[in-house]
Design a protein. Structure first.
Length: 195
């Protein structure tokens, strides 16, 4: 009887541990897969996904890294138009896209290369609302965001009918563990519910 009771406890623990390890391996693969294909300037439009803006309209470190990456890509590919995408969160004083546009303008990117999408509040909306303001014939775009965020952004882009290549911004070390763990859960949710 004691032996049977032990197995009643051990089997669910083994199943739970195996499932957890399997999901970790799967989401690790997904996160790495998000880093390809690397953008080469082929696409006419690149979308920079927003992130937190701090008090005083200062980009968070994550947003700063995305903007620096976008700036380098824009300088390297002067024919590419840049969509800055991000609305205003409840704890923000200004739309993320406005802060992003101002950064790029201040760093020499001409205004006629910038397109502002300032209504979105999620990655899905970043892409969907950007699609609504771009020409209907655009079928492939470049996504610029944090490295851990690229796979989910690519999956969501596919759901709205876009192919995508990517430019990876580094993730701030101070939040890397937290955001990567959260992104694993968000990826699973995206595959299950589609957003």
């Amino acid at each position: 009887m004691k032996k049977r009771m032990r197995w009643i406890v051990v089997i669910p623990l083994l199943v739970t541990a195996s499932t957890g390890i399997g999901l970790w391996v799967l989401t690790s693969y997904w996160l790495n897969d998000g880093l390809e294909p690397k953008a080469d300037g082929t696409n006419e439009y690149a979308i920079v996904l927003g992130a937190k803006v701090k008090k005083g309209n200062i980009p968070s470190l994550a947003l700063q890294y995305r903007l620096e990456t976008a700036l380098a890509y824009a300088i390297e590919n002067p024919h590419v138009k840049i969509v800055v995408s991000g609305g205003q969160g409840s704890d923000e004083d200004i739309e993320e896209a406005v802060v992003m546009k101002n950064f790029l303008l201040e760093n020499g990117i001409p205004e006629d290369r910038l397109i502002v999408e300032n209504q979105s509040t999620s990655t899905y909306e970043n892409l969907l609302f950007s699609q609504e303001i771009l020409p209907d014939n655009v079928k492939s775009i470049t996504i610029i965001t944090s490295d851990y965020h690229l796979k989910r952004a690519k999956v969501l882009a596919e759901k709205i009918g876009w192919d995508a290549d990517v430019v990876a911004a580094k993730t701030p070390k101070v939040v890397e563990m937290k955001v990567r763990l959260r992104e694993r859960a968000a990826l699973l949710k995206t595959y299950i519910v589609g957003k």
